[in-house]
Design a protein around this ligand. Structure first.
Ligand code: SAH
Ligand code: F3S
Length: 447
């Protein structure tokens, strides 16, 4: 068998795509290797969301160029969002690359590799293509938790974001296809799925007949043996009462919601073209908390969007204080080629972005600790992942609200079990607990 080495940057959707590529190539006698030096084919799955992500890829391609000078027979391919956005630049800066292909061409990866080998010159494939559900996965891929891409693309056109260019229009996979994929994963031992889409709560509106994420939850919930359903990323603009009710009512859907806010300033939100105000966002948060009082909330925030004033930034800080998120991802605005925001006046200097980033992180960390501290003494349901990171004698898992819990399994608990644990200690990044026999008070799993 020939050897394939995969290098994956970026989001969960890229991880999903890389797995599928490995599965498709396995059918053409490529086995995965962890070791780049052993590989006959190296594929780099790329991310274009911020400039830093791209810099990492170009520096990796530089390294691979050196490897190729030593072993010219090794093929190097670039796939994913940068392939779509920067094919000319990749060819210019990394002429050693044999193959460049975007996500629509993933289903044809084996043909493209064969073509590049046969022709001995670079192959570029970045056109549009039909949406294909690929279920092939590498032999080693069976695991407790899996990602399942339920839709591709995004049509929101936030002015900072490159995704609509790199991933194209919104296209959903039919519910029956997704349920079949989940059944297959569960048959191999999977207990938790995360349904993925760039705007996952816009799921299904392009299908005939149209459907929605709430209906998909119901279909996936019916898969016997599955314990938990997560989903990401939702956009506030498409958050319907029907979806909120489904999060409350569909038993396997976890009490965990990632709802990107981006900014607390209405001016900035308007210039971002996000389609909501801070007041509307707060209404949604209140509706989520009314429906599911103990829900865990996380968000994405951008600092240093063009024209962001000190007052705008203070409005973002105020939202963080008001919402009290369990987890926050803060990004410094990065101008992306071809996006409207990149050409807006008032670009913010790097040092201002850095200072705001630090202030925001300080506030979000404080709020997250306060949220965690409330867990002390609660009994939570834990899906056991494996050994604890720092103490192999202990087990580790996650609550339905997505917190890490380490505990002593007392030799009675196996990986994949759902158990109840009473929280005895709250640490910055995890909880510690004690195994308990019965869930008198399993707050994160009250159903
Ligand atoms: N589909 C998701 C976004 C995917 S990108 C959504 O609807 O929110 C993940 C996060 O990266 C975004 O939420 C945003 O906070 C951040 N991001 C996207 N483009 C960015 C840019 N140009 N600069 C900085 N952060 C960016
Ligand atoms: Fe990007 Fe906005 Fe879509 S952040 S992925 S354009 S919802």
């Amino acid at each position: 068998m020939a050897k394939l080495h995969l290098i994956t940057y970026g989001c969960q959707m890229n991880e999903y795509d890389s797995e599928r590529v490995a599965g498709l190539l396995r059918e053409h006698r490529y086995e995965l290797t962890e070791n780049e030096a052993d590989a006959d084919l190296i594929l780099v799955n790329t991310c274009a969301i911020r400039e830093k992500a791209e810099d990492k890829v170009f520096s990796k391609l530089g390294e691979l160029g050196k490897l190729k000078r030593r072993r010219p027979e090794v093929m190097v391919g670039v796939m994913g969002c940068m392939a779509q956005l920067h094919k000319a630049e990749i060819q210019r800066r990394a002429p050693q690359v044999d193959l460049v292909f975007g996500s629509p061409a993933i289903a044809r990866v084996a043909d493209l590799v064969a073509q590049a080998r046969r022709e001995g010159r670079p192959v570029l494939e970045t056109g549009e293509g039909p949406l294909v559900k690929i279920t092939a996965r590498p032999a080693s891929a069976s695991r407790l938790k899996a990602f399942v891409t339920v839709m591709e693309g995004c049509e929101k056109h936030c002015t900072f974001c490159v995704v609509p260019t790199t991933r194209g229009r919104e296209r959903s996979h039919p519910p029956a296809t997704i349920a079949a994929e989940v059944r297959e994963l569960v048959a191999e031992g999977c207990r938790e799925v995360t349904l993925l889409g760039q705007t996952v709560n816009a799921y299904g509106r392009d299908l005939t007949p149209p459907t929605d994420l709430a209906a998909l939850f119901a279909a996936v919930n019916d898969v016997e043996g599955l314990a938990r359903i997560r989903f990401t990323t939702s956009n506030p603009y498409n958050l319907t009462p029907r979806l909120i009710a489904a999060v409350r009512d569909v038993p396997k859907v976890c009490e965990w919601f990632h709802l990107p806010l981006q900014s607390g300033s209405d001016d900035v939100l308007a210039r971002m073209n996000r389609g909501y105000t801070h007041a509307r966002y707060l209404e949604l948060i209140d509706a989520l908390r009314d429906a599911v009082p103990d829900i865990s909330l996380s968000t994405d925030l951008i600092v240093g969007f063009p024209g962001e004033t000190e007052d705008d930034f203070a409005a973002t800080l105020a939202m963080v204080e008001r919402v009290q998120y369990d987890n926050v991802f803060v990004f410094r605005y990065s101008p992306r080629p071809g996006t409207p925001a990149a050409a807006m006046p008032g670009q913010i200097p790097a040092e201002v972005k850095a200072a705001r980033n630090a202030r925001l992180l300080e506030a979000t960390t404080r709020a997250a600790h306060a949220r965690s501290a409330r867990r002390l003494g609660e009994t939570v349901e834990v899906l056991v992942d494996g050994a604890a990171k720092k103490n192999a004698g202990e087990l580790s898992g996650r609550t339905r609200c997505n917190r890490i819990v380490n505990f002593d399994g007392q030799g009675r608990v196996a990986v994949g079990d759902s158990v109840h644990v009473r929280v005895t200690e709250v640490l910055p990044h995890s909880l510690r607990g004690m195994l308990v026999a019965s869930p008198e008070e399993a707050v994160c799993s009250s159903r």
